[in-house]
Design a protein around this ligand. Structure first.
Ligand SMILES: *[C@@H]1O[C@H](CO)[C@@H](O)[C@H](O)[C@H]1NC(C)=O
Ligand SMILES: *[C@@H]1O[C@H](CO)[C@@H](O)[C@H](O)[C@H]1NC(C)=O
Ligand SMILES: *[C@@H]1O[C@H](CO)[C@@H](O)[C@H](O)[C@H]1NC(C)=O
Ligand SMILES: *[C@@H]1O[C@H](CO)[C@@H](O)[C@H](O)[C@H]1NC(C)=O
Ligand SMILES: *[C@@H]1O[C@H](CO)[C@@H](O)[C@H](O)[C@H]1NC(C)=O
Ligand SMILES: *[C@@H]1O[C@H](CO)[C@@H](O)[C@H](O)[C@H]1NC(C)=O
Ligand SMILES: *[C@@H]1O[C@H](CO)[C@@H](O)[C@H](O)[C@H]1NC(C)=O
Length: 922
């Protein structure tokens, strides 16, 4: 029935849904641009009012684009100029990009044609002369990029740009920073003069920015300043960011620069890659009268920092000294940096073959009592001495990743004593060459929440004492320790608040075969990574008590045996302890079986990944509880069929299905449901649908896409199937009817008659009921049994009941027949004294009994009482009298008792039978 329904739906799923799905998949996987760019672009791409005409070798602006364009990208073409007429079709343009062309000049009418223009990018062209008229109407322009041209400014070319916030004239061989003589550019925020040829800043160079009260950023990167006239920054004293990266100036010029910055609003100063090899105690003197918060000195090859060099920078919050060559940190270097929050020393202390291992003196960081983050990444230091970090009383994060410190190879309870007063939250020891962690080595870190120990060489059994004192720890990362770590039942007893624990590629293969489980104290654990450990043995109680576990990573282990039904003691259902799982990864485990109850109860599971296993036939209900599933990965298995019995529930809410590279069997039974599902689903993304879902069998479909499978071929089966079901049902019903009629036909006949009589109203039972009967019972018996009647029934008349005996009570003067009819009508009940003799008696059979029954049926009374003197078979009874025991109520069928002592009881029963109401009871 199911199949019929699905085929019906299939017929209504047009072919183009497939195409649509493919395009969608492409978009989801690679973003919209690459789907289009896959084949080389030959014309402009227009989307949402934006036209992309880049890289088309165009010599002019195409005239036939939609007139309502707001954005036009003409970059990387062969434009020699932008004649305004070529843009008249697009008066609504807000953004025009003509970078990377061969434009030699801007033409005055441009902004007249494009009055709304906001951004104009002319980067990397050949613009030579720039005059006032060229930009005269560009009052709406907010961004102008003229970088990498050959600018010769004539007059005041920028004077009209009232709205301009961003101006880039870098790399133009400008001989002066002076872009005009009158005050202009009132809205300017960001000015780049980088990579130009001037070496002097005269005191009126920036006077044209006198009234640019929003100016914040000045970029002078790679400008080799030699002379700074006093007061050169005065007109722009509101700048907050100055970038001097790559300028080849010496320490002396920097000192001059700083003194010119004195009194400005400078906040961020970037002095990267300037060959600033030494810092003296006067270099930054000029910055004392500023509120500088961020200073970047990275990449300067700096070897020497005089003591007190930073003492002027009491407001500094961030100092980057990365990529330098500092040999020796002494206790006076950071003097005065009382506000410093972040110190980045990445690659600042390095060992080379020509130099010794750098040294950090005791108390070097003591002045930095506001420091919250210290980054010592990729440094080498000879020794972590007893007071190396003393004084860092605000330190929250210490990054010592990828370092080579001898002291970190074997971390003892002495290694970090200098951090005992630091409220450290995060300690990063990734790749720090750690080989051993000893009892109590982290015990000074009472406030630590995150400990990173990935990519080390830890080779030991964790007894639990290593984590002593980590009272607040929530996350321990210990992946990539080369499968040398062993666990014990007590490994984590000291860290009961742990939320995250990663042990991927760290454990020896037998590490988890412990009872009780090492994880049993971790009831708060939400994330557990045990991947890449080659683990083969785990116990059923491994996750017991992990009631909060959400993510479990077990990929790249060897857990196939654990889930085999042939496993000694049955499959190990280790997931039953972790019913809150939302993500379960078990790829690459050699699994060929999933036990029926393995995933039972995981109703919150959203991601299930079982790729790269050997799964073939999946049992019907294994995924039955997974009704929250959003992502299912089953790629690279041996799955041949995708049946609804297995997949209907997990696929009902899916947003991602990855099931490619399986040897699908493309037959109606195996694949039709899946195909139909894929055509129907619009919320599930199925990447690689065309290429990765191919048929393995049957031969006709070998190596073709599952989507090529002809679903209509399954339809032919349905009429036959329907016919089969129909005919078999008919035969079955016929058989049942025949049997019923054979064995219970009389019952239907009887009730039918009563029903007919009552509904057609031949009689009215309730009226009948009230009628006065003359007799209690009309007795029908064979002549031979008359004596029994005389002896046994007649005496009962004394006790207020009255029988009608035909011999005795025949109405005088009436014919016998008429008398019988009359008397039966006058009697409430009809009592048959059943014996073989009665059944043989033709008179009784033919007339009396017939008449009585006629009466019964007509009056709809259930007024027959049978008294059996002999055991008579029901069959004989129905043959002769058209009566059966089953037609009557049990109390109206009496047997004459064999035992004398039971005769009174018989009498009692008989009276009850006679005294009953006659109404037929439904
Ligand atoms: C531009 O005009 C075309 C019709 O010429 C219209 O389909 C499109 O929606 C318009 N686009 C915008 C951004 O107004
Ligand atoms: C700078 O250091 C020198 C000695 O190296 C010292 O004489 C001088 O007073 C120091 N200057 C300041 C401003 O600290
Ligand atoms: C530095 O900040 C203080 C307080 O915020 C302020 O009074 C002072 O003027 C600022 N100095 C400069 C040079 O901006
Ligand atoms: C430290 O400096 C290096 C080099 O400049 C940089 O790559 C890194 O991002 C910085 N680290 C932090 C945390 O800012
Ligand atoms: C590490 O130090 C502990 C005690 O300080 C010592 O017992 C152990 O042998 C050391 N381990 C290594 C690998 O040096
Ligand atoms: C460090 O551990 C040793 C034993 O390994 C112990 O004697 C010593 O007291 C510990 N020191 C601290 C500061 O806990
Ligand atoms: C740890 O944090 C608490 C408050 O969060 C603070 O009182 C305590 O001083 C900190 N411990 C250390 C060693 O700084």
């Amino acid at each position: 029935m199911q199949r019929k329904y699905l085929v019906f739906k299939m017929m209504h799923a047009p072919r183009y849904t497939l195409l649509l799905a493919l395009t969608t998949v492409c978009h989801v996987m690679m973003g919209p641009s690459s789907c289009v760019a896959a084949q080389k672009k030959t014309s402009c791409v227009v989307e949402d009012g934006r036209a992309d005409c880049s890289h088309l070798s165009l010599r002019e602006v195409p005239p036939n684009l939609p007139g309502n364009l707001t954005s036009l990208d003409m970059s990387h073409n062969r434009l020699g100029g932008i004649p305004p007429t070529s843009l008249t079709p697009y008066p609504g343009l807000l953004h025009l990009d003509v970078s990377y062309n061969s434009i030699t000049g801007l033409v005055g009418g441009l902004c007249q044609t494009l009055p709304l223009l906001q951004t104009l990018n002319v980067k990397h062209n050949q613009v030579l002369y720039l005059k006032k008229e060229d930009l005269s109407h560009c009052t709406s322009l907010t961004q102008l990029n003229l970088a990498s041209n050959r600018l010769r400014l004539q007059g005041e070319p920028f004077i009209a740009l009232q709205s301009l916030t961003f101006l880039d004239v870098s790399l133009n061989k400008l001989k002066s920073a002076k872009l005009g003589s009158q005050p202009q550019l009132p809205s300017l925020v960001n000015l780049s003069l980088a990579l130009n040829d001037f070496t002097t800043l005269k005191n009126d160079d920036f006077s044209f920015l006198n009234q640019s009260s929003f100016l914040q950023v000045l970029n002078l990167s790679a400008v080799s300043l030699k002379t700074l006239e006093p007061g050169c920054f005065k007109p722009i004293s509101r700048i907050r960011t100055l970038i001097m990266d790559g300028s080849k100036t010496g320490t002396l010029i920097i000192a001059k620069l700083c003194s010119q910055l004195s009194g400005t609003a400078i906040d961020v100063l970037s002095l990267r890659n300037m060959r600033l090899v030494t810092l003296t105690n006067t270099t930054f003197t000029g910055l004392q009268e500023t509120n500088l918060t961020s200073l970047d000195l990275s990449g300067n090859g700096m070897g020497k920092i005089e003591k007190g060099s930073f003492k002027w920078l009491s407001e500094l919050q961030s100092l980057v000294l990365a990529e330098n060559n500092i040999k020796h940190l002494t206790k006076d270097i950071f003097q005065g940096l009382t506000s410093l929050k972040r110190l980045n020393l990445t690659l600042a202390l390095v060992k080379s073959h020509t130099s010794a291992v750098p040294i950090i003196d005791d108390y070097s960081f003591q002045p930095l009592n506001a420091l919250e983050t210290l980054i010592l990444k990729k440094t080498a230091v000879r020794e972590i001495t007893e007071n190396a970090f003393t004084g860092l009383t605000s330190l929250k994060e210490l990054d010592m990743s990828w370092t080579t410190y001898t002291d970190l190879k074997n971390i003892t309870n002495k290694t970090f004593v200098s951090l005992a007063r630091s409220p450290l939250r995060k300690l990063n020891l990734i790749g720090a060459d750690v080989k051993q962690i000893n009892p109590g080595c982290f015990s000074v870190f009472r406030n630590l929440t995150t400990l990173l120990l990935d990519h080390n060489y830890i080779k030991q059994t964790l007894t639990g004492r290593e984590f002593e004192g980590l009272d607040r720890i929530q996350e321990i990362y210990m992946s990539d320790n080369f499968q040398k770590v062993n666990l014990s039942s007590t490994s984590f007893v000291n860290v009961p608040n742990l939320r995250v624990l990663t042990l991927g590629k760290s454990l020896i293969a037998t590490a988890l075969d412990r009872d009780p489980s090492p994880f049993s104290p971790l009831s708060n654990l939400t994330f557990l990574d045990l991947s890449n450990n080659n683990i083969a043995n785990i116990r059923g109680n491994m996750l017991e008590g992990l009631v909060n576990l959400k993510v479990l990573k077990l990929q790249h282990n060897n857990l196939a045996r654990v889930w085999k039904s042939a496993n000694q003691g049955g499959p190990v259902l280790f997931l039953k302890g972790a019913q809150k799982l939302t993500s379960l990864l078990m790829d690459s485990n050699g699994l060929d079986e999933i036990p029926v109850d393995a995933l039972r109860g995981l109703t919150e599971l959203r991601e299930l990944s079982l790729g790269n296993n050997l799964l073939n036939s999946l049992k019907d209900t294994i995924f039955e509880d997974l009704n929250s599933l959003r992502a299912l990965y089953l790629q690279k298995n041996l799955i041949t069929t995708v049946r609804p019995e297995v997949f209907q529930t997990p696929m009902s809410n899916l947003s991602l299905l990855v099931m490619g590279k399986n040897p699908f069997d493309c037959t109606c039974e195996s694949i039709l449901w899946f195909m139909t599902w894929m055509n129907k689903t619009n919320m599930t993304s199925v990447p690689g649908l065309r290429e990765q879902y191919t048929c393995n069998t049957p031969l006709t479909y070998f190596n073709r896409s599952v989507m090529d499978f002809d679903a209509l071929s399954c339809k032919d089966m349905t009429p036959f199937q329907a016919l089969y079901i129909l005919s078999s049902t008919a035969v079955l019903m016929l058989m049942v009817t025949a049997l019923l009629v054979r064995f219970h036909g009389w019952r239907f006949e009887f009730y039918w008659n009563i029903l007919i009589n009552r509904t057609l109203g031949f009689s009215d039972a309730s009226v009948e009921e009230g009628r006065e009967f003359e007799y209690d019972a009309y007795v029908i018996c064979a002549e031979d049994d008359g004596s029994w009647v005389d002896r046994r029934l007649v005496p009962l008349e004394k006790s207020n009941c009255k029988f009608c005996l035909e011999d005795r009570d025949a109405v005088a003067g009436m014919s016998v027949l008429q008398s019988i009819v009359d008397n039966i009508r006058k009697s409430r009940k009809i009592l048959f004294v059943v014996t073989e003799a009665l059944l043989r008696d033709p008179w009784c059979r033919r007339f009396t009994a017939h008449q009585a029954l006629h009466q019964v049926i007509e009056a709809s009374r259930d007024s027959v009482v049978l008294v059996f003197l002999q055991d008579v078979h029901d069959y004989r009874l129905s043959q002769s009298l058209f009566l059966r025991r089953g037609m009557l109520r049990p109390c109206c069928v009496l047997d004459w008792p064999v035992h004398k002592e039971r005769v009174p009881a018989f009498h009692q029963k008989l009276l009850i039978a006679l005294g009953m109401t006659n109404r037929f009871q439904e």
